[in-house]
Design a protein around this ligand. Structure first.
Ligand code: ADP
Length: 284
């Protein structure tokens, strides 16, 4: 536990400070470094001096990645998905990758220590590029992670995406990734009737262009058994994170009304974002 807090203190310093020196990373990034070696000037930026620091919460398959990525492009802030950081580690061969694969492919959570180190390393890259702000997707996933993050930096807003559970399973099973361009698609055609007061929902498939069709892959943890386990783990470990932010007045609940064409404009409206205004700003 003490190690995790030390990493988060470093993480905080890295994000808010000018870096005076850089140390080589060890297996998980910053293990082994101590605060003194960084010789950093600690300065927490207020919200007026930096870009937004937002979090997307929600069950597996809800679309955190899709909406976080769209918002990050629109708002010009980095989209940081801890699931992607984990998959990058998995793609490396070696003992740490096979240890991770064993955890992820069973639908379990990676240890706080590993995930905090991966996130620290990613935020460090952003800080070195002079980027401020982020849209976090997939972190925090436990109240312990939320507490660690809270000690390190201020979170402005947490968007909790919601979708009925039968849809979540179908969306995970329909997910496809192009092994060449990395594009995310979904072959599931969702057309669910109203059920026990839950409104009917329609989501068209998000089909790949012809150039990607022969290169589609499925995530190893997107099998029915593993998705069900991920949903169980979400209810047990991540639901309390919603309450953590609700009690701090930071949680925005958003029920997805359908696919991207219906949900995106409604999400922007809920966030009070004028798409054209941001597009003009980015183009200027
Ligand atoms: P999901 O579709 O379940 O939201 P992600 O792509 O966010 O999946 O994450 C994939 C896997 O990576 C998770 O099932 C978990 O094993 C690991 N992971 C990602 N983020 C975290 C985290 N914050 N804490 C622990 N494990 C994580």
């Amino acid at each position: 536990m003490a190690t995790i807090h030390r990493h988060m203190r470093l993480l905080s310093r890295m994000c808010y400070s000018s870096l005076a020196s850089q140390k080589p990373s060890s297996q998980w990034g910053i293990s082994g470094m101590d605060g003194e070696s960084w010789n950093l000037l600690h300065k927490k930026m207020g919200p007026e001096e930096r870009n937004m620091q937002w979090i997307f919460l929600g069950c597996p398959g809800v679309g955190k990645g899709t909406y976080a990525s769209r918002l990050s492009q629109l708002l010009g802030v980095p989209h940081i998905a801890t699931g992607d950081l984990v998959r990058e580690e998995l793609a490396q061969s070696g003992p740490s990758a096979s240890e991770l694969a064993g955890i992820v492919n069973q639908g379990k959570l990676v240890s706080d220590e590993i995930i905090v180190n991966l996130l620290s390393r990613r935020l460090e890259k952003s800080a070195l590029k002079g980027e401020t702000g982020f849209i976090l997707d997939g972190f925090p996933r436990t109240t312990n992670q939320a507490e660690i993050l809270e000690q390190a930096m201020e979170i402005d807003l947490v968007i909790n995406l919601k979708l009925r559970e039968d849809v979540l399973l179908q969306k995970c099973l329909g997910r496809r990734i192009c092994s060449q361009c990395g594009g995310n698609f979904n072959v599931a055609s969702i057309n669910f009737e109203e059920k026990e007061g839950t409104p009917a929902i329609y989501m068209a498939p998000l089909l790949p262009p012809p150039s990607c069709v022969s290169k589609l892959t499925t995530r190893e943890d997107d099998t029915e058994e593993v998705v069900k386990e991920r949903l169980r783990v979400y209810h047990a470990k991540s639901r309390p994170v919603e309450e953590f932010y609700r009690s701090r007045g930071k949680l925005l609940e958003f029920d997805l009304p359908g696919g991207i064409p219906e949900s995106w404009p409604k999400l922007l409206a809920a966030l009070n974002i004028e798409e054209s205004e941001y597009k003009e700003r980015l183009a200027a």
